[in-house]
Ligand binder design. Structure first.
Ligand code: CU
Length: 482
């Protein structure tokens, strides 16, 4: 009896000792630099939007990172070419995933076909230039340096070869994650998103191979602000995906070189943000600021299906310069969390007895009809300036991906009655104009038949269109058909 009791005590003591040893594993080392490296392994590198396998419980290792610099031509948006300088063949560069205590042996390889020397400054490095001084490498060479990973967090790396701004502007940036001992808590989906601003000789949308514009970069007047290197990187078929109920973690960086990002996901709230990629965790965040040369980790659970839009909430960048991505979520609807449209009621601020919604019947015909083509053009131009210009722009050029052009418009010139009908009744749904697809909404215009005739005559007689003259009678005919 006594001996049994004793052996139980012994066992308990052994267990306690074991437990305390295990428990003290983290505390054994005064700092990350003392964590021993138990083996050597090659780092898994990934192109955006993907990230390497989580670290989990793996011990600190000697991690070999082999990264090849490639200068290569790509497409920044439809028809616009750009020579990117890349770490690993992508913008942003390959994602590097490490943990505290890792000893990274970094091999920076400059492809022999490249034209310029480059280097790398990793913000996760404690050392001069973040590695830049040791890694300056000419085409056809490889430089090797090593560093111990001391601080957990999400860090930017970038080229720091003069002119530094130009190397970064051409796409030379990426992210290196340093996970804490034991790893980050597991989530369902992880993605890599990095913003960057681009400066081209031609204006936004100007076709052909566009050289870098140093002056625009100095002035911080970006032609493109994009996620993952180009306008279409995270839209359509390239959208990020998740399922209802999953938790999504985005590793978000901002390479700059010039602009700070107000990162936001339309229709979502960040449950957690690792502010600036560090240890501070903020909760329930709508928009998080990501400095140039900085990062953040954002996490959120997706509750309902739909397309959620990633933007820089400096909103012209999103809708006019490309800083727009998509997260498509599939799964069951939950009407308690989001109902969708329930009803479309007439809204009358002053009560139904006082006024009713205007209809085309109530639009007053103008009392001074145009007496000549010249007058039609003059009046039409005025209407255009009041009604159409915001969307279709001063020269009828439209806005790419949003509002179709009216200048040299095949769609317009093909069918005048269709054009009249659209101005009378509005238009929704996809149309193709000059080979490009548009899917926006034009509301019906509250202007008279006379005004419709004038404005369409103005449009048809401007910007290379077919010079159709539209009369009020033609407008009336289309209207009466409905
Ligand atoms: Cu460079």
């Amino acid at each position: 009896m006594k001996s049994t009791h004793l052996s139980k005590m012994t066992l308990l003591l052994i267990l306690l000792t074991m437990f305390s040893c295990f428990n003290n594993e983290k505390k054994e080392y005064a700092s990350a630099e003392e964590i021993p490296v138990n083996r050597e392994m090659n780092a898994e590198l990934t192109s955006p939007p993907y990230v390497p396998t989580p670290i989990g419980k793996r011990k600190a290792k000697k991690l070999i990172v082999k990264m090849e610099i490639k200068e290569q031509e790509g497409e920044i948006t439809d028809g616009v070419r750009y020579v990117y300088w890349t770490f690993g063949g992508s913008v942003p560069g390959s994602f590097i995933r490490t943990r505290v205590g890792d000893e990274v042996e970094f091999h920076l390889q400059n492809h022999p076909d490249n034209k310029l020397p480059h280097n790398i400054d990793l913000h996760a490095v404690n050392g001069p230039g973040g590695g830049a001084e040791s890694s300056f490498v000419a085409p056809g060479h490889e430089k090797i340096f090593s560093f111990k990973v001391l601080n957990p967090g999400l860090y930017v790396y970038h080229c720091a070869t003069a002119p530094v701004g130009m190397h970064i502007a051409n796409g030379m940036y990426g992210l290196i994650l340093v996970e804490p001992d034991g790893g980050l808590p597991p989530v369902d989906k992880e993605y890599y998103v990095m913003q960057g601003d681009f400066y081209t000789k031609g204006a936004n949308g100007e076709r052909g191979l566009q050289p870098f514009d140093m002056q625009k970069a100095v002035d911080e007047k970006a032609d493109y602000v994009v996620f993952n290197g180009n306008v279409n990187a995270l839209t359509g078929d390239n959208a990020l995906t998740a399922k209802v109920g999953e938790t999504v973690r985005l590793f978000v960086g901002n390479g700059g070189p010039g602009l700070v990002s107000s990162f936001h996901v339309i229709g979502e709230i960040f449950d957690k943000v690792h502010v600036e990629g560090g240890d501070v965790i903020n909760e329930n965040v709508q928009t998080t600021l990501i400095p140039a040369g900085g990062a953040a980790i954002v996490e959120f659970k997706v509750d309902v299906p739909g397309t959620f839009i990633l933007v820089d909430h400096s909103i012209f960048r999103a809708f006019n310069k490309g800083a727009l991505g998509m997260l498509k979520v599939e799964g069951e609807k939950d009407k308690k969390i989001y109902s969708g449209e329930l009803m479309d009621n007439i809204y009358l601020p002053e009560g139904p007895g006082i006024q009713s919604m205007p209809t085309t019947n109530e639009i007053k015909e103008s009392e001074i009809p145009a007496k000549s083509l010249a007058e039609q053009l003059e009046f039409g131009k005025q209407i255009y300036g009041q009604t159409c210009i915001a969307c279709h722009q001063a020269e009828g050029q439209g806005i790419p991906n949003a509002f179709p052009p009216l200048a040299k418009s095949d769609y317009l010139n093909a069918d005048v009655n269709r054009a009249i009908d659209i101005v009378l009744h509005g238009k929704t749904g996809e149309i193709t104009v000059n080979g490009a697809k548009y899917n926006s909404v034009m509301t019906k215009q509250m202007i008279s038949q006379e005004e419709i005739a004038n404005v369409l005559t103005y449009v048809y007689n401007s910007w290379g269109n077919n010079k159709t003259v539209v009369t009020p009678e033609m407008v009336k005919k289309v209207k009466d058909k409905k």
